[in-house]
Design a protein around this ligand. Sequence first.
Ligand SMILES: [Zn+2]
Ligand SMILES: [Zn+2]
Length: 371
Amino acid sequence: MAKARAAVQVGPKHYEIREFEIPKIGTNDALMRVEACGLCGSDVDQYDGKLDAMGLILPVIPGHEPVGIVEEIGFEAARRWGVRVGDRVAIEPTLGCGRCRACMTGNYRRCRVGRPGTRLTACGFIPTSVEPSLWGGIAEYMYLDPNAAVHRIARDIPAELAVLFQPLAAGISWAHREPGTRIGDTVVIFGAGQRGLTSVIAAREAGARSVFVVGRRQSAHRLALARTFGADEIIFSDEDVVQRVRALTHGEGADVVLDVTAETLTPVTVAIDIVRPGGTIVLAGVKGPGAQLQGIEHDRIFAKELTIKGVKNADFLSFEIAVRLIESAKYPLEKMHTHSFGLADLEQALLTLAGRVPGENAISVCIDPAL
Ligand SMILES: [Zn+2]
Ligand SMILES: [Zn+2]
């Protein structure tokens, strides 16, 4: 029987390459040959062992941002997803159970039912002990469960560009769909990582009049890309951000403020100062367990009638829009891709993405199992 190689996390900062049997496909599921799998900050947290508290059970094949070619597919799955053998597909991280309250109300990304043997319901987080093991994207082949959320994406674009569907969907969700960004709006984005950059594109697509990005001085290459994608102004995080935004908006403040930074809580307090009355703040950065908000004057939220939204992921439509936008080649998204690594170099890929390799300025990093 044919086997598939995969990177398997067996402990914090510890991976092995293992082989798994390629499963038999029934009428409702499919097998995908992985072309590339994107990496994000949560992969770094997983590497560091920070997800154990969330119920991550090892060993696990990581990788939740994969694209690949449908190698085999059951009749019902083909009908449901509208794809056939040979099509390229982008797979959402979430695997809803399909029947719980969250799933039945269209919020499958909030599904907490999980699979037998795990509480986590996303590909890349289900242990290999759950059959048929090939749940993660850092592998030659990945199993597509009947509940997978599948998006067909054109085959004629490079795989390392196609994998940007995931950060782009996040940008569309966070900078457009969740805050309801409209024509003429002013949008301020804290953070110039992959998701900050795709948020610039999303804000532009939504019709924003002005897009300002707040980033660190040392992120010059990312901030330059933010300008390429349509940011009107760059504000350095060590400047007086409140004053700058006030000046740029003639005292009005921003309609939408989005925070995608990791660890630092400063943008959250600044956001309350720079958002206009009636405006919306989207909190989408991961600050780490136990991070407490302090120094926020409660009555300012009340008096300014603010909407503050926490957003973790993207909805189905954000993914659809992202895929179509990549296919359109309207933005030079390929400039975000900085590194590709093979399966065996997953650790190096994660360290590069995390900025722990001196001299490397990573933005988007992916694993290509054919390398
Ligand atoms: Zn991710
Ligand atoms: Zn569910």
